[in-house]
Design a protein around this ligand. Structure first.
Ligand SMILES: Nc1nc2c(ncn2[C@@H]2O[C@H](COP(=O)(O)OP(=O)(O)OP(=O)(O)O)[C@@H](O)[C@H]2O)c(=O)[nH]1
Ligand SMILES: [Mg+2]
Length: 386
C-alpha cells in the first residue's frame, strides 16, 4: 500500500522516527518533497514549508533490497544537507578570518585610539576596510587614519555599517581638503620673497629649479633668484647654469648688504626665490645668520617654506619645526614622494605644524617631477601603486 504523509518538520531523521513509530520497520520511503502550504487555497500568501513523504507499507517482513533502497534515499538526502552545512561553515570561517585579520590590525595599532574610534573602525564596510588597509600601508598613523575615514565614509542604515561615500580618489580628495591647508603660490600677493629652508639634501635647489621653470615657461611670470649658498664649492653653480638657459636673472649674496642690493635689482620681478644651503637644526647660529639676512624685510613679504622629504620620520620633521618655531615659517614643500611608499607617515607632522602645503615633488627630473599641492594630487600620490 502506498501512502502520502505530510510533516511540518524538515528534519529527515525526525521524520524517519515518526514513521517508525507508526509503521515499525515495514515501510519503504519512495519519495521526499519539500512543499509549501497556504492557509487560503489559490492565494500564495503566508505559506509554510512542509515535508511530504511517499511511503510504501508492506505486510511482509521487509526485504533486504528494500531496506537498501530506503537507506540509499535517506543517505542522499542527508548528504545533501551535509553539503549545505559544509558550505555554510565555510562561509562562516571566511567571515571569521576576515574579522580576525581586521581585529589584529586594529589591536596592533590602536594604542592612541579612543573607545568610540575603535568602535567606528569595527563598523566599517568592505570598501572602507580596503581604504583603511591602504592608509595603514601608506604609513598614516592610526589617529589620522580614523580622521580620514570619518570624512570619507557615510552610515549605511540598511547594513548598519560605515562605507565609502564615493570612489577612493574622490573621498580622499574631499577628506584631505578638509584636513589640510593647500596653497597656490601663483595666488600669493605679488613680489613675495620665497625662501626654501630645511635640512641638507632634501631637494631645495632642485625644487626651486622646477618651480621657476614652470612659472617662467607655463605661466609667463617674471622671476629672480638669489643664492645664499655661497660657502660651498660649486653650491650655486648648477642652479646658475640652469637659470641661464631659462634667462632668469641670478645673484649670489653672502652678506646682508649683498642680499639687499640683489633685492633692489629684482624689485620689478613678480616672484623672487632664495636658495639656502641646508643645515643642521642644531646649528642655531647659522639659522640666526640666515634669518638675520631677511630681518629688514616686512614679514608679510617673506614666505619661508619649510622643505622636507616624504621619507623623513615625522619626529625628525617636528624636531626641525620646533627648532625653527621662532622664525615665521609660512608653508611646506614635501619632496621625494617617489622614494617611499609610506607617503602618509609625514602627515603626523603636517597635522601638528598646521602649515599649508605648496608643492609635492616626485623625482629628479627638472622641471617635470613636481605637483601643485592640491587635495586631488595628494589623493593620487596616496593611491598610486609603485
Ligand atoms: N628621488 C628624488 N630625488 C630628488 C627629488 N628632488 C631632489 N632630488 C635629488 O636630491 C638630491 C639633492 O637635491 P638638492 O636640490 O641639491 O638638495 P638641497 O636641499 O638643495 O641640498 P642642500 O643644498 O645640500 O641642502 C639631488 O640628487 C636631487 O636630484 C625628488 O623629488 N625625488
Ligand atoms: Mg641646495
Amino acid at each position: 500500500m502506498i501512502i502520502r504523509k505530510v510533516f511540518p518538520s524538515k528534519d529527515i531523521v525526525e521524520i524517519q522516527e515518526e514513521l517508525r513509530k507508526l509503521y515499525g520497520d515495514n515501510f519503504v520511503v519512495i519519495e521526499i518533497n519539500q512543499i509549501k502550504k497556504y492557509p487560503l487555497p489559490f492565494i500564495p500568501l503566508f505559506g509554510k514549508e512542509y515535508t511530504e513523504v511517499i511511503i510504501e507499507i508492506s505486510d511482509r517482513p521487509k526485504q533486504q533490497e528494500q531496506k537498501g533502497f530506503k537507506n540509499e534515499f535517506l543517505e542522499e538526502v542527508i548528504l545533501k544537507q551535509l553539503e549545505e552545512l559544509k558550505r555554510e561553515l565555510q562561509s562562516l570561517k571566511t567571515q571569521q578570518q576576515q574579522v580576525k585579520k581586521f581585529t589584529v590590525k586594529v589591536v596592533k595599532r590602536d594604542s592612541d585610539l579612543k573607545g568610540e574610534d575603535k568602535k567606528f573602525l569595527n563598523q566599517l564596510g568592505d570598501e572602507a576596510l580596503k581604504l583603511l588597509d591602504l592608509l595603514y600601508e601608506r604609513g598614516f598613523d592610526e589617529v589620522l587614519t580614523v580622521k580620514i575615514l570619518r570624512e570619507a565614509t557615510g552610515y549605511d542604515i540598511e547594513n548598519e555599517l560605515f562605507d565609502l561615500k564615493d570612489t577612493p580618489y574622490k573621498v580622499l580628495s574631499e577628506a584631505f581638503s578638509k584636513l589640510y591647508g593647500f596653497k597656490d603660490l601663483e595666488q600669493e600677493e605679488p613680489q613675495k620673497v620665497i625662501a626654501l629652508v630645511g635640512p641638507t639634501g632634501v631637494g631645495k635647489t632642485t625644487t626651486i629649479a622646477k618651480i621657476v621653470s614652470n612659472l617662467v615657461l607655463n605661466s609667463r611670470k617674471t622671476v629672480g633668484v638669489i643664492s645664499l649658498d655661497t660657502f660651498r664649492v660649486g653650491g650655486a653653480q648648477r642652479l646658475e647654469s640652469f637659470l641661464k638657459v631659462l634667462e632668469v636673472p641670478f645673484r649670489k649674496a653672502d652678506t646682508k648688504k649683498a642680499f639687499e642690493t640683489a633685492l633692489e635689482d629684482f624689485a620689478d620681478k613678480e616672484f623672487l626665490f632664495i636658495d639656502i644651503a641646508g643645515r643642521s637644526v642644531y646649528d642655531e647660529l647659522s639659522w640666526k645668520e640666515i634669518f638675520n639676512i631677511f630681518s629688514d624685510l616686512p614679514e608679510e613679504k617673506l614666505l619661508p617654506l619649510l622643505t622636507v622629504s616624504f621619507n623623513m620620520h615625522p619626529d625628525a620633521v617636528l624636531e626641525i619645526y620646533r627648532h625653527l618655531k621662532g622664525y615665521p615659517l609660512k608653508g611646506l614643500i614635501l619632496t621625494k614622494a617617489d622614494e617611499t611608499s609610506k607617503r602618509g607617515a609625514i602627515f603626523t607632522a603636517v597635522e601638528e605644524m598646521e602649515l599649508p602645503l605648496y608643492y609635492f615633488t616626485n623625482g629628479q627630473k627638472v622641471p617635470h617631477n613636481i605637483l601643485l599641492a592640491t587635495p586631488s594630487n595628494l589623493a593620487k600620490l596616496i593611491l598610486e601603486t609603485e
